[in-house]
Design a protein around this ligand. Structure first.
Ligand code: UT7
Length: 329
């Protein structure tokens, strides 16, 4: 490792006010609270309502909070990276819109698409800019308006997702606290198991693609589950091994929130008790790129300087990864 350690100096998050409960879903589709709770751990999720409200609406709130919490003049921000699979537009990127809206006039900005692993991918990318020595302040945000691609008639998928955004400020750390190690992986074995079939260059939008529902999120849940449950645990165990960490050394596992059963399996494999697992899936469901930073936001008060955290995610692509960091404040 070089001498510059990139670290998280602030965390912020935003979820919309509207709460879609399991009970409301029972009125919309053939499902029930008991099925959803036992299979996924989800009780409710947030939905961004209103005309012409895109992912950037949530991400702007996060960036403004990050600037304030980290005492950063927007003009001093070097870059904004937004992990999302539900951008406002194909282009300009959501990060372009968000940076400008927050007054970050000297920042470069771009989106990163790695589905549920997007936040870890973006965090490692930002960390490397900091390690280069050329950049001092970078905002990393995970933001998704999953309700814009979910089909609320498909009970296999619509119960899973919610809308939200959260992120962190990255800066060089003088005390050696911060991001130590990262594992990132991808495998297109997931290509036909979890994807948005239409709207891209293979299948541009037509009346037919709309009629066939190709612009909605598709997932073969059972197949994805099998990959997720092994691969997320694999990379979490691998990063512990190569940094000589055991369960007792870990203050918190910060897992992607797709399914409580996947999270439990990962924690078991790591030898980490459930009291050390960040969990908010019951409140927000799966917010894709926002799950991990939303966990950090919710547990910020419980974290202590020097705590060892392991982040782990698995999602569409497939993409997956883990990260080992020491909390810096
Ligand atoms: O974040 C990105 C990565 N994604 C993931 O990690 C998600 C991985 N997959 C999962 O979390 C789980 O597979 C799901 C939660 C999506 C589904 O759970 P499952 O235990 O794999 O259920 P299943 O899909 O095998 O369905 C079991 C039964 C089926 O009925 P039959 O065929 O057994 O009669 C489904 O039709 O449950 C039925 N079902 C439902 N019943 C009530 C499916 N959805 C529902 C529902 N309410 N909403």
């Amino acid at each position: 490792m070089g001498s510059i350690v990139p670290s998280i100096s602030a965390v912020a998050g935003y979820v919309p006010d509207y709460i879609l409960t399991n009970q409301e879903l029972e009125e919309m589709i053939e499902t029930n609270d008991e099925w959803i709770t036992t299979r996924t751990g989800i009780k409710e999720r947030r939905i961004l309502k209103g005309e012409r409200q895109g992912t950037s609406v949530m991400a702007v709130k996060v960036l403004k909070q990050l600037l304030e919490k980290s005492n950063t003049d927007p003009k001093d921000l070097d870059a904004v990276i937004i992990a999302t699979i539900t951008p406002d537009y194909f282009f300009p990127t959501t990060a372009n819109l968000v940076a400008t809206e927050a007054g970050a006039v000297n920042a470069f900005s771009f989106d990163m698409a790695a589905a549920c692993s997007g936040f870890i991918y973006a965090l490692e990318t930002g960390a490397n800019y900091i390690r280069s020595g050329n950049y001092k302040k970078i905002a990393i945000i995970g933001a998704d308006k999953m309700s814009s691609i979910v089909n609320y008639k498909d009970r296999n998928t619509c119960i899973l997702f919610g809308d939200g955004a959260a992120g962190v400020m990255l800066e060089p750390n003088g005390e050696g606290l911060g991001i130590y190690d990262t594992i990132l992986r991808s495998d297109a074995a997931g290509k036909e198991l979890i994807y948005l079939k239409g709207g891209g260059s293979v299948s541009p939008p037509t009346h037919e693609t709309i009629d066939e529902g190709l612009h909605n999120f598709y997932q073969d849940g059972k197949s994805v589950f099998k990959f997720a449950v092994t691969r997320m645990a694999d990379v979490a165990a691998e990063i512990m091994d190569r940094n000589n960490l055991n369960g007792e050394d870990i203050a918190y596992l910060v897992p992607h929130q797709a399914n409580k059963r996947i999270i439990d399996a990962t924690a078991r494999r790591m030898g980490v008790g459930e009291e050390k697992v960040m969990l908010n899936i019951q409140k927000y469901g799966n917010t894709t790129a926002a799950t991990i930073p939303l966990c950090l936001r919710d547990y910020e008060d419980k974290l202590n300087k020097g705590d060892n955290l392991v982040l782990a995610a698995f999602g569409g692509g497939f993409t997956w990864g883990s990260m080992y960091l020491k909390w810096a404040y």
